[in-house]
Design a protein. Structure first.
Length: 228
């Protein structure tokens, strides 16, 4: 396996697990997954959204099947499109949606999800549309025609539209988080990472050579604090 040879592998579990955690206001499954990554020594690339959809089939074994069905129903109610696996019905591979729309267009929830992503074990990958707070683009899907469901999360931004997005508080705060993640010495590949859950609270700390950065995320109140 690639992971066993020390290569980075995509963490396709985190996007769905974060949605589950925010919907249930329970951090325990995130704690279990983070510690599995740490204990196994996996080198991961994590994400929220991406150019494809939000992986759902990957959650089998981590979440009960009925819970996966519930989450898919929530994302569909919020405007997401279901992509079946190779044409098979009822084999949900991914839901096409921006991450903001998947969270009910709640910018506080997106900001909390971003903070957790950046503190989770792994190397963060950032999809531009989620960084800029984009919602589902139904007009792009319509223009693309049959099979164009992925265009829901691939909006083309003009320079003016991007500048407008960059002026939003939620986008500015995401960029602040990215600067911290990119510059603070605690976030090293050699860091010691500790992850603990207490009901709706998730605590993650990175330590390296005397530097320390800690996240206290409250999934019920949809807020977080950082000490670094």
């Amino acid at each position: 396996m690639l992971a066993e040879k020390g290569y980075h592998v995509y963490d396709f579990f985190l996007p769905g697990l974060l949605i589950d955690a925010l919907e249930s206001a329970n951090a325990e499954r995130l704690e279990a997954w983070a510690n599995e990554i740490i204990d196994s020594g996996m080198r991961t690339v994590n994400m929220l959204g991406c150019h494809d959809g939000i992986p759902m089939l990957d959650l089998k074994g981590l979440l009960p099947d009925e819970r996966i069905d519930e989450l898919i129903a929530i994302l569909k109610q919020r405007g997401g499109y279901v992509k079946d696996l190779h044409g098979q019905k009822n084999m949900y591979y991914q839901v096409n949606s921006t991450y903001l729309s998947a969270l009910g267009d709640d910018e506080d929830a997106l900001l909390l999800a971003r903070a957790i992503q950046l503190f989770m074990p792994g190397k963060p990958q950032i999809w531009y549309l989620d960084l800029l707070g984009g919602s589902n683009d139904y007009e792009a899907v319509r223009k693309a025609g049959p099979g164009g469901h992925k265009e829901i999360n691939r909006t083309n931004y003009s320079a003016e539209k991007a500048a407008e997005a960059l002026s939003r508080d939620s986008v500015k705060k995401q960029i602040e988080l990215l600067r911290l993640r990119n510059s603070h010495p605690a976030f090293s590949p050699d860091a010691e990472i500790s992850v603990k859950a207490d009901g709706s609270r998730l605590f993650i700390t990175w330590r390296c050579n005397g530097a320390e950065a800690s996240l206290d995320a409250d999934l019920e109140k949809v807020q977080y604090s950082i000490r670094a």
